[in-house]
Design a binder for this molecule. Sequence first.
Ligand SMILES: [Zn+2]
Length: 334
Amino acid sequence: MKAAVFHGPRDIRFEEVPRPELNEGEALMRIKACGICGSDLHTYREGLFLQLGLPIEQGRILGHEFSGEIVEIRGEMPSVKVGGRYTTVSMGGNAEFLRITPQIASRMIPIPDDISFEEAATNEPLATSLHAVNLADPQDDQVLVIMGAGIIGLGILQCIKARCKARTIVVDLSARRLALAEQLGADFTINASQEDAVARLKAMHGAAELSLLESAESNIDTVFDCAGATAHFKGTTVLEQAIGLVRQNGKVIVVAVFERKIELDVNVLVRKGIQLVGSWAWTPADFVQAMALISTRQIDRKPLITHRFALEDASQAYETQIQANEAVKVVLTP
Ligand SMILES: [Zn+2]
């Protein structure tokens, strides 16, 4: 079968690899769409999170945000049928076929007829966004700031909008991503490549950076860190900005992964009584709820799919996904 194989940083090759062999009680999925995830990019750029790739003899097959059609079942696999369209989560989606074990099948959910494979492939990152929003538990009268308008940040915006009337502010460096945030209902956007986002937020919502003796006056209830820090990042991290900006007893939800350790003034966290919450992936219930939000059209994922590539062009696809200015979600269509 055809596959895009990761050999090392910035080295993904389109190759012929053995088609998976099925054991009794397993199924074969023909992958129809697979998104490139931020975590795949950490692997592609720096060789990090290798465990998220499916090991094969030549290297690893990345990709865990996929959807496809079951083309074969060996023996019995209840709850799954040949010809059925599904999304699930596993490793190795950057390939023509994937072996579906009973464990993978247990997380599989059917794709409604009127939802495309591409939209369904964005269910996994939407579930990640939904998980973060459930942790934030936003209310109608709150102010929420989303730092970083990639697929996760924009998904967080969509989940907040689907749920309540909270005021949402989105910060990013890319005009294209911010335009998309506005299209998806952001109440205000700030381009941090053109102005000091922290200064602007303070002007709008009150000063919040305080010493141990001062009190904070911000009315920002929650800040989502969807930016993290790259291996070579220098300066003030978004997390440090978030802790400075959020109100007393507010929440900072960290969804991004960090490629390195960072410095933080923990006294600010303590003094303000901030709830610093890590949000990792999703629960099975989030995964199902995300698809419900898509299929009931409360959330439209189509505008987030900015690029499509054939598996042959996987290398170009990864290079495109790195261009944060231009790309939101790049999808491979094997
Ligand atoms: Zn992902």
